[in-house]
Write a protein that binds this ligand. Structure first.
Ligand code: NAP
Length: 251
């Protein structure tokens, strides 16, 4: 059965990816919605125009990653779309941040994203799409969000390498480099009200980011960066020495 898998579907951008799935991939016959909060996944499943299955998993938990691998092997779906959207980012200097929060960022943003992709790939055929949610934070390290920005640099780098590996199989891979979005991410990460940078930057609308990301993966683009402001930042971050940009990019 033609299946989409969306991680981080219970809120924010991931929820938007689910809501816009059918309009962009009408061939999809079912979607697996992955996150920890089952009630939110169930509520979303009822609102979708495509049959949806709630798959409540903590992607930082090895047992849950194993459960996903088992579900894939038992159901043998034709995974036509994979959206790796689950992610978290905590504000604070490395030396002052709870080590558990540091490992939550690396476990979810790097390890889980990598292992979910690895688990899904054997079930993907020619024409399938992978959308990996990175961030503008991947362009240059952001002091006070050093671990978060480093995890997103991994997501962008991983996506570009994977895109090359999957070229022969005609599977498209796009990394999405959004600027700030007004989602639960800001509250959970202790960012809301505590970062001058987040107060100053223009915001991205998750609806537009989801729509633009789907358009980008269909056009086989390696990266999608919404808003001219952030496209310009991406360009400058490539052009200027990172030792200079890092001073301007403090969160
Ligand atoms: N908001 C921004 O400013 C911004 C900017 C650039 C990039 N991004 C990226 O956009 C992506 C989506 O974030 P968002 O802004 O939509 O924030 P969000 O509303 O907080 O969404 C995060 C999603 O990840 C899920 N999640 C968190 N921990 C999980 C775990 N251990 N296992 C499984 N799922 C987990 C959450 O669901 P549960 O809590 O139900 O598990 C939720 O569905 C993230 O990768 C983030 O890094 C965000």
């Amino acid at each position: 059965m033609k299946t989409a898998i969306i991680t981080g579907a219970s809120s924010g951008l991931g929820r938007e990816f689910a809501l816009q799935l059918k309009a962009n991939f009408p061939e999809v016959e079912q979607v697996w919605l992955i996150a920890r909060r089952k009630p939110l996944l169930d509520e979303l499943a009822l609102a979708l125009d495509v049959p949806a299955v709630s798959v409540p998993l903590d992607l930082t938990d090895d047992a849950d990653l194993g459960a996903l691998a088992r579900k894939l092997s038992e159901e043998n779906p034709d995974v036509t779309v994979l959206v790796n959207c689950a992610g978290c980012g905590y504000l604070g200097n490395v030396a002052e941040t709870d080590p558990q929060l540091l490992s939550r960022m690396t476990d979810l943003n790097i390890r889980a994203m990598t292992l979910v992709t690895r688990a899904a790939l054997p079930y993907m055929r020619e024409g399938a799409s992978v959308v990996n949610v990175s961030s503008i934070a991947s362009f240059c390290p952001n002091a006070r969000m050093t671990v978060y920005s480093s995890t997103k640099a991994y997501v962008s780098s991983f996506s570009l390498g994977l895109r090359e590996e999957l070229r022969a199989r005609k599977i498209a891979v796009t990394a999405v480099c959004s600027g700030p979005m007004d989602t639960e991410f800001l509250e959970i990460g202790g960012i809301a009200g505590n970062s001058k940078m987040f107060k100053t930057l223009p915001y991205c609308d998750p609806r537009q980011v989801a729509a633009g990301s789907y358009a980008a993966v269909k056009a086989d683009r390696a990266f999608y960066t919404p808003r001219v402001f952030f496209k310009l930042y991406r360009f400058l971050a490539k052009l200027l020495p990172s030792t200079i940009v890092v001073k301007l990019a403090k969160t």
